[in-house]
Design a binder for this molecule. Structure first.
Ligand code: PHE
Length: 518
């Protein structure tokens, strides 16, 4: 029952066999929470914007983008898990709901309106369901570039110009751990077109700017009465990272209630992206930060569904003109836990198993589950690299917040070349879109269970977790058991309505996924 075409606001799109976007997701598009007056996401956005006064802001970019914008222009390899239909909402083969604000990097660099920009927007990812994951969330992208030729005309090297700008940044006095060298030949390479002193200057400007931002955020919150922020000195650290569109790359982590939490991803912009954007003379940095994550920390908001609430008991607690105050939860309604167990179709592979896309002509190699959407863009390609994430923190990045590490494993990639190398040569034109991957086979993926739960229950589902899985020793069939936590944020559910939802969920699992209930 896929519609032939769909309308999103005033635009019409043809759908095809890639279409997988439920109407509940489309309904979220007009909400634009990051623009709603006095919404905690708006307040968080403005707080960050205030630290980048010279950056041009873009807060109304349309969420439907091409796979060229979302993936290809950023150097994502064809078999990157982020492209899977199990992870991304497709309208058709070439059109997706943006999965990150980086989708607008190339276009914004191409417009070249200012040295720096900030993009805040709603982003969309199929993912697990729990109190810190919602399939729509908000990111802010920031970037700053310098022109090598302009520096030359001023009789300086671009590194010199950048260091002069570093000296103008506000100073802070927090403890910063930054144990790694500015770049590392294997783990975090310098780009071939950057001199070491250029990358070092860019990295210094990037790190000082972002440290200033987090210090400001936390001090603003701390300054208020009844604050959610403990009265201890802030501790932050830089960790090496990987993104297909920056190199070297880092994540910034904040020590929060006994754990290192990753709050943003960033790095030196890949030169081929600036080539694509027709500004090959420019060099610079970019970062991406998840707004829900920061807002949840600032206000102690316990459940990500609350951001979507229209209940005045939530909305009335936030004001742009008043200091940040800890959110006072309204009463917690009872949870109702219900299990559903089923056998997978014998042709289906393991849960969260095989990736649903593969380049034509190659076999679809099974990929571990990527249930952690936020890790998908920072997943290292599988090359002989030593792990840089020893003692890995809770993964948050530019994505949805995650207070507790999840059990379902991380995504790995099967690309073999470094992304910048793969599009580096002579790419001063738009990269030619690679042959598109083929759509999914009917393979079981946990995110499909999540999607059905969302469709049946809306925001009444708090959590869905895998509680048991085993393979039958004789038949080789796989059994899965999921536990659904039904709980409204706004009222007590009746037994009848919970039972009805659970029945509908069971039926849809059979109809859509072809599983056999146990
Ligand atoms: N887009 C990345 C993500 O969603 C974050 C990022 C932005 C990293 C810009 C580097 C530079 O995880």
């Amino acid at each position: 029952t896929t519609p032939k075409e769909i309308r999103i606001e005033s635009r019409t799109y043809k759908t095809d066999e890639w279409y997988n976007t439920p109407s509940s997701i489309l309904d979220a598009i007009p909400r634009r929470l990051h623009l709603q007056p006095d919404h905690p996401l708006t307040i968080t956005r403005k707080l960050i914007e205030s630290r980048f006064p010279s950056h041009k802001t873009h807060n109304n970019l349309f969420p439907v983008v091409t796979t060229l914008q979302n993936f290809d222009s950023l150097g994502f390899p064809l078999d990157h898990v982020g492209r899977n239909r199990t992870d991304t909402y497709y309208v058709n083969k070439e059109t997706v709901l943006r999965t990150h604000t980086s989708a607008h990097q190339a276009d914004t660099f191409r417009n070249n309106e200012s040295e720096g920009y900030l993009i805040s927007a709603d982003v969309y990812r199929r993912d697990a369901i729990d109190r810190s994951h919602y399939p729509v969330f908000h990111q802010m992208e920031g970037a700053r570039t310098w022109d090598r030729q302009q520096a030359g005309r001023d009789g300086k090297s671009v590194a010199q110009v950048i260091w002069e700008d570093v000296a103008k940044l506000p100073k802070h006095d927090i403890a910063v751990e930054d144990p790694n060298p500015p770049f590392h030949i294997e783990r975090n390479p310098l780009q071939s077109r950057h001199a070491p002193e250029e990358a070092e200057a860019i990295a210094a400007h990037l790190k000082r700017s972002l440290e200033d931002m987090v210090v400001t955020i936390f001090n603003t919150a701390r300054g208020a009465a009844n604050t959610a922020i403990p009265d201890e000195p802030l501790k932050v650290r830089w960790v090496e990272a990987y993104f297909p569109f920056t190199s070297p790359s880092w994540e910034l982590e904040v020590f929060w209630q006994g754990d290192w939490l990753e709050v943003l991803g960033c790095g030196v912009v890949s030169q081929p992206i600036l080539d694509t954007a027709t500004v090959p003379e420019r060099v610079g940095w970019a970062f991406g930060i998840g707004l829900e994550r920061i807002a949840m920390l600032l206000y102690s908001i316990p459940d990500i569904r609350l951001f979507w609430s229209k209940d005045t008991r939530f909305l009335s607690q936030f004001s742009e003109s008043k200091p940040i105050k800890r959110f006072v939860p309204f009463s917690k309604y009872p949870a109702c836990l219900k299990d559903v167990s089923f056998w997978l179709r014998s042709s289906s592979s393991a849960a969260g198993g095989a990736s649903s896309i593969h380049p034509p002509g190659t076999s679809s190699a099974a990929t571990p589950p990527s249930s952690h959407a936020q890790s998908q863009y920072s997943a290292q390609p599988v090359i002989e690299k030593s792990g840089t994430h020893a003692g890995s923190p809770t993964k948050l990045s530019a994505a949805t917040p995650t207070p507790t590490p999840r059990s379902t494993g991380t995504a790995t990639l099967s690309t073999s070349t470094s992304p910048s190398a793969s599009i580096a040569e002579g790419a001063s034109e738009n990269p030619i879109p690679p042959a598109a991957p083929v759509p999914a086979q009917a393979i079981f993926h946990e995110n499909d269970v999540m999607e059905i739960a969302r469709e049946v229950c809306g925001d009444v589902v708090e959590d869905v977790r895998l509680t048991d899985e085993f393979v039958h020793p004789k038949t080789g069939r796989k059994s899965m058991c999921y536990r659904i936590n039904y709980r409204s944020l706004e009222r007590t559910l009746t037994n009848e309505e919970t039972n009805a939802m659970h029945e509908r969920l069971r039926t849809l699992l059979v109809v859509r996924l072809g599983v056999e209930l146990r």
